[in-house]
Design a protein around this ligand. Sequence first.
Ligand code: GLU
Ligand code: ZN
Length: 469
Amino acid sequence: MPDPVPVTRFAPSPTGALHLGNARTALFSWLYARQAGGRFLLRIEDTDAGRSTESYLDALVDDLRWLGLDWQEGPDVGGPAAPYRQSERTALYADFEERLRVTGAAYPCYCTPAELELSRKAMLSAGKPPRYAGTCRELTAAQRRDREARGLAPTLRFRVQPGATVAFDDFVFGAQRFATDDIGDFIVRRADGSAAFFFCNAVDDALMGVTHVLRGEDHLTNTPRQILVLGSLGLPVPAYGHVSLIVGDDGTPLSKRHGAMSVAELRARGYLATAVRNLLFRLGHSTSARGLLAPDAMAAAFDRRHLGRSPSRFDIAQLDVWQREAVHALSDDAFEAWAGAALPANRGAAERAAFIAAVRPNVVFPDEVRAWAEVVFGAPPPLSDAAEAVVRDAGGAFFDAAAAAAAASDNDLATIAAAAREATGRKGPALYKPLRLALTGLDHGPELAPLLRAMPHDAPHDRLIRYAR
Ligand code: GLU
Ligand code: ZN
């Protein structure tokens, strides 16, 4: 039988900015669904009311769309399993919790946080892995009534059967086996009545028809608990694949130290979504597909069997390589839209076009566009002492001739250079370096001829004449 059409999801908690690790998980999930003509859905895990905010949620959706992802079901687009925000699904969780309670698969636990902490410490000091001691597991009805009468608000704990094994085949990490004796009874409903992450996350995957869960490696050890919950509710269990962590170039977990770590920061610096996608695609996912890939080509090239188990290293220099390719691949219109505010204001379309044509090959970030706009349209550039020395060395006659040729030739570089060569006998770098320095203030940059054409009409003459006799 062929595999069913995959349904994947991204299930972020709106408690902070979208970071690269989560963005990559979202991308992989989206690609996997897209490749097979499946569905990708967005579910918002906002049960932690204290930490979730609407502005994080808006930013998250905005960043995902910027990355080029779309979803067939989600809070903003609806769908058959709506609602897609967990904060709107509490009645549903309560219903499933009640089923667990009625069948005895879960039981009320009256232990206070202080008692649990004490027990945890005792286990640790006895050299045992800390897990719930089972204090409330076998309370009689009378004992429960007694605790309720004392005003103790219970949590609901899932009863893990001892002496068993939970096995599953992670499609990244391979065969997994967990002894239930190591798991311990865990909370499915908190004392305040809210559903715990393990629980609603698993129930929602089942109710939303998710077939493949791709998520961070940090959730691998949660999976056996979730499989137990789904099993006792008679709900389908998805296939799980845990994606390895992203670390910085020094091998430590990704953080601020390694550069901009949120999608929003990268956007603000002018990185293109194409560059970010192409980098993420190759982080922890080996592929023989070379070069900048468009979304469909990327979906076709995605192979979940090629997801790696070892941490993947993020290197901002690699992102810059993709950025260079992505900027060069932009159409002129798209370049103009990307460079946006960095482009010179108050210039006609022809002037803007000439400027873009001149600087495009040399820019990777909008800041560089801004800097070149200043060189081309700003005041005559000041020279460093070293540059000044080079220019003075070329001599007044050199610039006399160059300035006159600029005015006479409509800023044609070949004519300007020929005149300066004739006046001084200079050629090669000795000819072009003083010209470039006098015209731009810099000894490097885009090809000089188009740069001259992009300048306001009198600018080249006015810059050159500064160094004439
Ligand atoms: N809300 C969870 C997180 O952001 C989702 C984990 C999962 O994908 O299952 O970590
Ligand atoms: Zn208890």
